[in-house]
Write a protein that binds this ligand. Structure first.
Ligand code: FES
Length: 125
């Protein structure tokens, strides 16, 4: 039986259909007014703030290499599971969120408004 590790107080909200995120793909979604980047690697989905902590630019479009994503702006590399910085471009981790798949949908633990600077890029052209 599969078990889930979910933080107390987690509030999962619908983000998108599982079938729309193929292995190796990424998609920025608007969750509670915040831009979240969903990435699927090896069948597992990761959810990160679509915000690079280096110069506050979107991570969307960055190359996914193994279990990491490389920011398309200046090359900072982050672990998809933990958000940890993996090279010297920045020491700051990118925020990650609990994510799960249920009944063909991807659900993300909704970001709260009081968690610091976290702009919404989802409406940008
Ligand atoms: S904004 Fe991401 S590496 Fe600079």
């Amino acid at each position: 039986m599969e078990t889930e590790k979910v933080a107390a107080g987690a509030q999962f909200v619908d983000a998108m259909a599982s079938a729309e995120l193929a292995s190796g793909a990424q998609r920025a979604v608007n969750v509670n007014g915040r831009s979240i980047l969903l990435c699927r690697v090896g069948g597992e989905v990761h959810a990160l703030a679509n915000l690079c902590p280096h110069a506050h630019q979107p991570l969307e479009g960055g190359a996914i290499e193994g279990g990491a994503i490389r920011c398309p702006r200046h090359g900072a590399c982050f672990d998809l599971a933990s958000g940890a910085s993996l090279n010297g471009v920045t020491r700051t981790a990118v925020r990650t969120f609990a994510v799960r798949e249920r009944a063909g949908r991807i659900e993300v633990d909704a970001p709260r408004a009081n968690v610091g600077y976290f702009p919404d890029f989802s409406q940008d052209a």
